[in-house]
Design a protein around this ligand. Sequence first.
Ligand code: FAD
Length: 405
Amino acid sequence: MNVVVMGGGAAGFLAAITCAEAKTGGRVVILEKGSKVLAKVRVSGGGRCNVTHACFEPALLAQSYPRGGRALLGPFHYFQPRDIVEWFKARGVALKTEPDGRIFPTTDKSETIVNALTHAAKEAGVAVRAGIAVASVARAASSRFVITLNSGETISCDRLLLATGSGPQGYELARGLGHAIEQPVASLFTFNISDARLKDLAGISVPLAQLKIEETKLKQTGPMLITHWGLSGPAVLKLSAWGARTLHALGYRARLRVNWLGISAEEAARQIGSFKASNPKKLIVASCPFDLPRRLWERLVTAAGLEPNRAWANLSKVEAERLKDQLTGGTYDISGKSPFKEEFVTCGGVNLGEVDFKTMESKLCPGLYFAGEILDIDGVTGGFNFQSAWTTGWLAGRAMAAPLR
Ligand SMILES: Cc1cc2nc3c(=O)[nH]c(=O)nc-3n(C[C@H](O)[C@H](O)[C@H](O)COP(=O)(O)OP(=O)(O)OC[C@H]3O[C@@H](n4cnc5c(N)ncnc54)[C@H](O)[C@@H]3O)c2cc1C
């Protein structure tokens, strides 16, 4: 029995290794279109590779996937973050958990992960062919797949795994074999915002911002970072993931309401009132009642229309209201998106209803399997995207090693 894995990324490698390690006697080949395998692993996590996330409860883990969480719930009972940590450990790679739950190799080098995967593939006898251009895939009458390369060479196999990530050819091949593709659109991006309140404040962050996209139900809470182009940080990235489809439909132009304090407007008003009462002589611009970076506070005070020499005692009711509004409900116009340099993914892909998540086999085309980002699955940032590639790759690899029916 021969197995071909199309795509030498995280999902394809784990699948091929798992299948070959089962030693069922068949040949396992990875066909990779690029000149090098595991290209995304190499650049992932800012060159450190955020392998997975320290979340070991399947139901909780599944909640980190704006698309695909429900389908992954079962698979996470078979192969979850604990399993991939063990998998690498068994192959000599030590991993460490950072305070926010992200898991990296202790070397802080993605090369460590690339080397472990390529070494394990070699040990298991997986044949890796890079720089391969596939012209077509057809299903022969014998139920075998016939893969024709651009060079004219043909390769036939009993089982075929499509693990081509978000590459368009993978979607086309899946479509050609009968599958529906949910429209691919970007997920995990930062917001481009040009606003005087943010100008020259790049690098400033707040620990708990509350964000809302006006005229939608999209909301998110968490740390936020001001960048040269607008806003980023966990709250923005999560909002972009959960809102990927809505924001795409809006052409990435929307109005973002920002609460910089993470407390209610009423509570902010109360704290402004009591600070005013106990610090009447202090200048407003120079004394902030909240745990907010000084330069950001100065900008918000200016945006509320307060002069720089105004003392707290002279803050009128209307001005206090304006200040509270800037702090807890200012609006910012999103004019576009930028990729988050450490991690970005595509949502959309092979329709999940057409795949058996016990085996990752197609329900429409026996012998065809899917794993990784080609599926309509994507996670928030933090190692969740690789985890879905490991989990689906492992399941597919195990199933492809089973004897032919
Ligand atoms: C810059 C960046 C950083 C990231 N960092 C992280 C991170 O730290 N943690 C995390 O969890 N996620 C991260 N991600 C997301 C993560 O890389 C992907 O979710 C993951 O790589 C998906 O794995 P995959 O094997 O499905 O697809 P890929 O890794 O995309 O692999 C697919 C492979 O298939 C090949 N291919 C495509 N078409 C064909 C074809 N027709 N024939 C043969 N081969 C083909 C491609 O060349 C590629 O090598 C990052 C993404 C980016 C872009």
